[in-house]
Each structure stands twice: as structure tokens, then as C-alpha cells.
Design a protein around this ligand. Structure first.
Ligand code: GTQ
Length: 358
């Protein structure tokens, strides 16, 4: 890459004359447009559940779920102030539903995931079916499906919302509408879709045009069992421990078209080899304690000591390592399916020298 051309007074006068024609010289902007490497605005950030929970519970006194429509505290990245983004491409928030409350039905072109943090047996209804949720469950609201949430239990329910809002916004494809009633009409019993599509079986003749998995609750119980059984082989990936991705059983693709979701087990004492990939990760530990150390493009090193129910962000293309103080289970999500489909996703597995050079 050669150097930035000088802006002489003559050149500046020329640029000023063309500006009213909505023209601009590329040679002044090329380096800003075509960068040698990603320079994400996304910063590493850590929300401790112990710090956030009091604010979340206070929201229950400030507004009802019905008045708020969705009573959520947005997890906003400090590198993207005012933009309601956890990363450049992903929205995240913590939603509270108190016993007896309903978050009224609506639908939108944005896809949403729920990752349950606290409480049990509140529900999400999607497309005529309710699913009751437990901590660690991964629940999907596909694009343009009616969804309402309610809590029939006797305790508060908190989950992390992940939405592809920034992706849909950059494509200018936002659509949303409200349902005439608070609750949608139910047409199938709770648990129907998991039975139908999530038992390694599929109804004969099933066809769908949806890009989203027909399973809309992946219960933690099953995910944990898979990890525990696989852990017995002690076959750890040096960068990831044991990392699984949630899949759409129809075609083996990602469970959601715009958001990749993962569950990962790190054995107690594992220190992972440095790793980076172009997708920024939103991570929520489900079990255990540990530390993640992140080196961002500017050379700054950040360490987070996290525990279950926290949320933290690893910016894209930032070298990072995890250290597991206990046996650890991590849920995470990113825009990886989008990057994959566009042929853009990259990863680097480090060793001592590449990490030191970064
Ligand atoms: O539950 O539908 O955190 O529409 C943000 C927007 C949750 C939801 C959010 C939403 C929802």
C-alpha cells in the first residue's frame, strides 16, 4: 500500500468544487475504505451478572412487561455508544419477565435467540406453539414469526436476547407489526416441534422454505449430556476445548441463518491456545469460572474473570485465550453464518510466536 496523497490547496479546491455534485476522490479515502486488516469498533466488555441483576430487577418496578412491550436492558458495547449493539453486527440484551406478566405478541423480520439465564418455566410462544424454558436452553424466534413471552411460574425469569438487528438494518429490510391480542392463538401442544424434528427423526414428506431450524427450543439438558458424554474421550481441541455448534436438522446448516450459536466445554485447568476469527463473539458462561484474555488490534490486553450468568464480548480478529478454573461450559453467538455464506470468515490458530507477534 503506498502513502496517502498530499492534499495541496489546488486539490482541495477541486474537491470542494465537486462536492455539490455528490462526488468525492477515492484516492483520499482508499486507505479508510480498503483496510489491511479488520479494525473493529467493538471493544472487549464484561457484564457481571451480580452487577447487572439489581438494575434488571429494578426495571420490574419502573415499567411492566406489557407497557415496555419488551422489558430489556440493552447490553451496549462501549465502542458503539448509543447504537444498541453488543458487537458491530449483533444486538444483545437481558429481558425480565415477572410472575404473571406477558410480553405481548408481535413479529419482525429480525431473528431472535433467547438464552435462559435465571428462573424456570416461563414460556415463549412461537408460531402457535409454547415452549417452557430452563436455564441454559437456547430458544429461537425465527424471522417474521409471531412471538409472545409469559411467566406462569412464581419467580422472575431472565434471559439474554440476541438479535440480528444491525445486519437487518444495514440491508434496510426492517419490518415489524403487532398482533391484535397480547397472546397469539396456539395451534400445537408445548414441545411438539422438539418431538417432531429434534429426536434424530423427521416426519416423512416434511418440507420447509424456512432458513431457520424447525426446532425452537434446544434444551440444556440434552446439550449438557452431549458435552458430558463426548468429554469422556478427553479429545480436547487446543483452542476450543470441546465446541459444538447448534444445527438445523433439515440440512445441517446453522440453526439460524444470520446468527451462529455454540456450546463449549473446557475441562478444569485447560488454558487454550491463542485463537482469533473474524466474527465477534458474545459469550455467556453457563457453568464454572474462568478467565479470558483478549488482545485487540491496538495492542491492548484485557482480562475478564467471569463466572456463570455473566456476559462478555470478544471483538472480531482479536487474539484470545480462555483459562478454565473449574469445568466450564460457555454459550456463545456471532454472525458467523453470514460471514460463512459470503465467503469472508477467517480464523487463525496461534502458537506462542503468533500470539506474541499480534
Ligand atoms: O423479545 O421480541 O431484546 O423484539 C429486542 C427486541 C427482544 C423480543 C429484544 C425484541 C425482543
Amino acid at each position: 500500500m503506498h502513502t496517502q496523497p498530499e492534499i495541496t490547496p489546488e486539490r482541495q479546491a477541486y474537491y470542494d468544487r465537486m462536492a455539490p455534485q455528490h462526488l468525492a476522490p477515492l484516492w483520499e479515502r482508499l486507505r479508510g475504505l480498503i483496510k489491511k486488516e479488520p479494525q473493529p469498533k467493538t471493544q472487549p466488555v464484561h457484564w457481571r451478572y451480580d452487577d447487572v441483576r439489581p438494575f434488571l430487577m429494578e426495571s420490574g418496578q419502573v415499567i411492566t412487561a406489557k407497557e415496555a412491550e419488551r422489558r430489556v436492558l440493552i447490553l451496549e458495547n462501549p465502542g458503539l455508544p448509543g447504537q444498541s449493539r453488543a458487537t458491530s453486527t449483533m444486538y444483545a440484551g437481558l429481558q425480565l419477565i415477572l410472575p404473571g406478566e406477558v410480553a405481548p405478541a408481535h413479529r419482525h423480520s429480525q431473528s431472535a435467540l433467547r438464552f435462559v439465564i435465571e428462573g424456570k418455566d416461563a414460556y415463549t410462544a412461537v408460531d402457535g406453539e409454547k415452549t417452557y424454558m430452563r436455564p441454559g436452553d437456547f430458544v429461537i424466534t425465527p424471522s417474521w414469526t409471531w412471538h409472545d413471552h409469559g411467566n406462569e411460574s412464581d419467580q422472575p425469569m431472565v434471559w439474554m436476547d440476541g438479535l440480528d438487528v444491525p445486519v437487518v438494518e444495514i440491508l434496510d429490510c426492517q419490518f415489524a407489526e403487532g398482533y391484535p391480542e397480547d397472546r397469539q392463538i396456539l395451534s400445537r401442544p408445548a414441545g411438539d416441534s422438539l418431538a417432531r424434528y429434534g429426536a434424530g427423526l423427521m416426519p416423512v414428506g416434511f418440507e420447509t422454505r424456512s432458513r431457520t431450524s424447525p426446532i425452537f427450543n434446544y434444551p440444556y439438558e440434552r446439550t449438557r449430556e452431549a458435552l458430558s458424554t463426548m468429554a469422556k474421550t478427553q479429545d480436547w481441541d487446543p483452542c476450543h476445548g470441546l465446541m459444538l455448534r447448534y444445527v438445523n436438522p433439515v440440512d445441517g446448516d446453522w440453526a439460524m441463518p444470520t446468527m451462529g450459536t455454540f456450546m463449549q466445554l473446557l475441562p478444569k485447568g485447560l488454558k487454550t491456545v491463542p485463537y482469533r476469527s473474524t466474527d465477534a463473539m458474545v459469550v455467556s458462561p453457563v457453568e464454572g469460572k474462568g478467565r479470558t484474555t483478549i488482545t485487540t488490534a491496538d495492542g491492548r490486553v484485557t482480562s475478564f474473570d467471569w463466572q456463570a450468568r455473566d456476559v462478555f464480548v470478544i471483538p472480531g480478529w482479536a487474539w484470545h485465550t480462555h483459562e478454565a478454573a473449574d469445568e466450564v461450559v460457555l454459550f456463545s453467538f456471532s454472525d458467523r453464518p453470514v460471514q460463512d455464506k459470503l465467503g469472508l470468515w477467517r480464523e487463525m490458530r496461534g502458537n506462542a510466536s503468533s500470539a506474541a507477534a499480534s
